[in-house]
Design a protein. Sequence first.
Length: 665
Amino acid sequence: MTDEKGKDLVIPRRNVGIFAHVDAGKTTTTEHLLFHSGRIRALGSVDSGTAQTDSMDVERERGISVRSATTTFTWKDTSINLVDTPGHVDFLSEVERSLRVMDGAILIVSAVEGVQSQTEMIWHALQSLKIPTLLYVNKMDRVGADAERVLRDIEKQLTGMAVPIYAPLGAEVTFRGVASVFQEGVPAPGFDLATAVEKLSELDEHLLASYIEGVPIPALEAKAALQRYARQGLAYPLLVGASSKGLGIEELMEAILDYLPGPSGSAEQPLSAVVFKVERDKTMGRMAYVRLYEGAIRNRDTVLNATRGVEEKVTQIRKIDGRRAEDIGFVAAGDIAAVCGLTQVRIGDVLGRPDAVPPAPRLAVPLLTVQVHAESDAQYPALVAALQELTDEDPLLDLQWLQEERELHVKVMGAIQLEILTSLLASRFGLHAKFDQPSVIYKETPSQAGEGFIAYTMPKPCWAILRFRIEPGAPGSGLVYTSQVRADQLLAQYQSEVERRVPEALQQGLLGWEVTDLKVTLTFGEHHVWHTHPLDFAVATPMGLMQGLAQTGTTLLEPMLQVRITVPEAYGGKVLSDLVQMRASFDPPQLSGDRFVVEGRLPVATSLDYPVKLSAMSGGRGVITSSFGGYQPSPPDVHAERRRRGVNPLDQSKYILAVRKALST
């Protein structure tokens, strides 16, 4: 927006993500924020499929959020960009991408279920990124709602610095609203000014001195201190409400302005922005959702995609509001918009300078792989194109099209995502694809240290000699590559080719799985002045690494889940028996009232159907929540080998012929 002189106006702004475990009420809360702010005239409903931010057919049909949705509303002259994220663990990648572009967050906790597994996972991600956060205890009107219990839950599992700023008036059917703790006479234990001051005194020396001396702290002083520490991400204002009835919503909007920071950055600086979402529009083609940290973009600007190394022209800049779109023509630092015309852009790409863009968190790890079949051979090209488009929108699908074998493979988080993919292919592309049963994604790691050597000197013309040292790495360390070879021994351009090919070469180990948690060091390299071509090193690198892995051997790694199981006490013994059979390791169980609670780690492979089994066993009263718990070595009796794609570089003669396109079929 500009004034009459053409100068860009600075509008107060907030960029806020709304996060929670599934069914805690994110989309309902978003709907009421839009309604109470005047952005929409009638309330939609998740259950009836009329929610503003559930724009996809499958979202309206299923009553769940599948993709993050960006909407905007204004409250007291402040523009608020709100991103409503999915709550189901199968769509954690959407949450991950949204976290990167937020200045503040609302983390919703159900007043009935309390802190759940995904609540904890998102909380730790918010903490690692130091994102200021409001805690909102929703569903205070439901049977079983208990704000005091949930506050204890939060203090135990999330943070001791949750500072209540509103107290509940009643609970369950008697819940009638909220009262500020900064006013006199709020009668809720733990939800009062004294509790707020006590917690804030841990951060503030002045408040601590007054608290110890028994000097009363004025409410306005306590609120000012909380505002200061909340915007630094050191204290977390806690609110209560019942979003479905609109109770606590206006207080939540006030808290967004009072306790969450606005974006920094200047429109006068060179552009620095990140793409966090990609969609395809029927008329405009590919739309890139962009968060600007510095600079500005106008219609018809040419912008540099620093990640791809290409420049592209912007054709239109849109504000997307659920199912509505508006051409705004201009977007500046601190704002979020959909940019059209960037045909080569991908999720995670940096536009302009990368230095102002924060790092991306890593939460989502697909643990299952599945083969996709077209309805007929003639439909495979269309199915490949459709899945490629969906992979552009969610890169973790990691589509693999093995053309010679006519096989399509994608990676998924779980069964719900498979159902959604099936529905999307049918409704959006008119394709009726069939998915095989998912199989677990294992990995490999070197069993010991060793060396790999390759002298690729025949058949001429070629010359590439390499020696690698291969060492096991720490769990979760991935691949660490270094070179000890000087540029006068092996030219920099050849070393760059080796470095680029190492990750590719490790996609299939001795057992066919990706090799991870290792350190690879190039210790020797040699080229020939006349005979060497850069692609010789692309051929030699996989052969040298596989020769080294054949010497070190590899250990199979299996994915693990961190789980929390809650069942009626009578089923506790059966759950423990099941955990032992599934090769789980677990902590001593606890009793919470008449509920049996156990936490532990169990292999994905042995527990794929356990949520269904647990529900059937407990008559629907058992609850299992899970999150990715890393990879660990499989027991000796577990064997999992994947059929290798292409020729094995260990068969060097055949491999060389294959890469030279000289292998007869």
